[in-house]
Design a binder for this molecule. Structure first.
Ligand code: TXA
Ligand code: MG
Length: 322
């Protein structure tokens, strides 16, 4: 199959209308999208991603009216969060109607609902009359793509079209929130911070569990989002002043004076100024760059424990667990 890349919503639509899978840009990461109402198209997503069918897909909608068409008994606090953050990097786990098939949700009675804040994907969603099931457009367990080029590198020949919306503005996946008796539980840290959620619903709690390998806890697999090269916290280095040529370093903030022993191409920084939002945008591309360098390991610096720093540290922890 020939993979085309471009920013033509009509081209993307015509592949999707035929039941094909198309990579789409969002503000968080690129997604691998298909008609959520077409089981054959949805199975193709699992096949292309090499993703086990026990890991449910989230569904992308163009507006609230469409979300309410496919969900039931939406909790009051979910409506408040949707009003505050949609379109935006927040996925709400809501009870589903039968029109969303069990294949999409891996048999769960809930569906992950998201409204992406990207003009191309929103324009595409408005141009079609079905929602789009879309996981991140990476092979299962690898880090998510944040540019169209990342998608092409891994999925060339497997999808007919990559809708190119440029580099993703946020760079980390959406925050996932489930509800238990109307209380929001954060299952995955992402583009909307816990502080921001608590400003709208103060009772919001964090319920991240990292399980090594379990189909009963969707989204909680520890090794999701991990690069191939070994990542270790910089604090674990025995002799911090001696560096080997086969070691990389990922600083959160660029140090003013860099250790001279380090070959400069082995040193990368997430942010020039120590800004967590800028750092989030760069995290996955830096991980991919290190993966191409044939290093033994990469020592990383943790992000500050605030705002998006918590989501960055969550991904670094998963990278470390590999
Ligand atoms: O930012 C994002 O959320 C991106 C873009 C493309 O929208 N999508 C994304 O999808 O990250 P994915 O499939 O890579 O991650 C979604 C996570 C999965 O780990 C899945 O297990 C979890 O959401 N999930 C999906 N439906 C769920 C449900 N009904 N209950 C609990 N977790 C669910
Ligand atoms: Mg993913």
């Amino acid at each position: 199959m020939n993979t085309l890349k471009g920013s033509d919503i009509h081209a993307a639509k015509s592949f999707l209308d035929k039941g094909e899978v198309v990579a789409i840009p969002t503000e968080t990461v690129y997604g691998l999208a298909a008609n959520a109402l077409d089981e054959t198209a949805v199975s193709s997503i699992f096949r292309i991603k090499d993703r086990p069918t026990y890991d449910p897909l989230i569904v992308h909608f163009c507006d609230m009216e469409q979300v309410l068409q496919y969900t039931l008994d939406v909790p009051e606090n979910a409506l408040l969060l949707a009003r505050a953050f949609w379109p935006g990097p927040l996925t709400l786990i809501l009870p589903k109607k039968n029109t969303i098939s069990d294949l999409v949700t891996s048999g769960q009675k809930t569906v992950g609902c998201r409204m992406p804040d990207h003009p191309l994907s929103l324009g595409l969603l408005k141009s079609i009359d079905y929602p789009l099931a879309a996981p991140s457009a990476n092979p299962f367990k690898y880090v998510s793509p944040t540019t169209a080029e990342h998608v092409i590198t891994q999925l060339e020949g497997k999808v007919p079209y990559v809708l190119d919306g440029g580099p993703c503005r946020v760079g980390l996946e959406s925050t996932i929130v489930a509800f238990n008796n109307d209380i929001p539980h954060v299952l995955r840290l992402g583009g909307i911070t816990i502080e921001a959620l608590q400003e709208i619903v103060p009772e919001t709690i964090l319920r991240i569990q990292h399980v090594p390998n379990s189909p009963v806890a969707p989204g909680q697999l520890l090794q999701h989002y991990a690069p191939t090269v070994r990542f270790l916290p910089i604090q674990t280095k025995n002799n911090p002043t001696e560096w080997n040529h086969n070691e990389g370093v990922l600083y959160f903030k660029c140090p003013e004076s860099l250790p001279e022993e380090l070959n400069s191409k082995h040193i990368k920084c997430l942010s020039q100024t120590g800004d967590v939002n800028e750092a989030a945008t760069h995290l996955y591309s830096k991980m991919r760059e290190f993966d191409k360098m044939d290093l033994e390991c990469v020592y990383f610096e943790w992000a500050p424990k605030e705002g998006l720093g918590l989501a960055i540290n969550d991904r670094l922890e998963r990278a470390q667990s590999k």
